[in-house]
Design a protein around this ligand. Structure first.
Ligand SMILES: [Zn+2]
Ligand SMILES: [Zn+2]
Length: 64
């Protein structure tokens, strides 16, 4: 029965590890780096899309 004990230990560590990862997600990591699009060229300046670094949410975000 030694193998069963080992297996449950591994399972416990895997669960604990994924829980720790889920709690330590920094908000900044979710932001994408801006990539210029057609909208940038049209506006004559960079138009930061929703979720891109430096973006500030406006009315257009709420529509989505
Ligand atoms: Zn741009
Ligand atoms: Zn936004």
């Amino acid at each position: 029965m030694k193998n069963v004990k080992m297996f449950s230990m591994v399972v416990l560590f895997t669960i604990a590890g994924s829980l720790a990862n889920a709690q330590q997600k920094p908000k900044a990591a979710k932001l994408k780096k801006h990539v210029c699009t057609e909208a940038c060229h049209k506006a004559g300046k960079c138009v930061l899309a929703h979720g891109e670094k430096g973006h500030k949410c406006d009315a257009n975000c709420k529509k989505m």
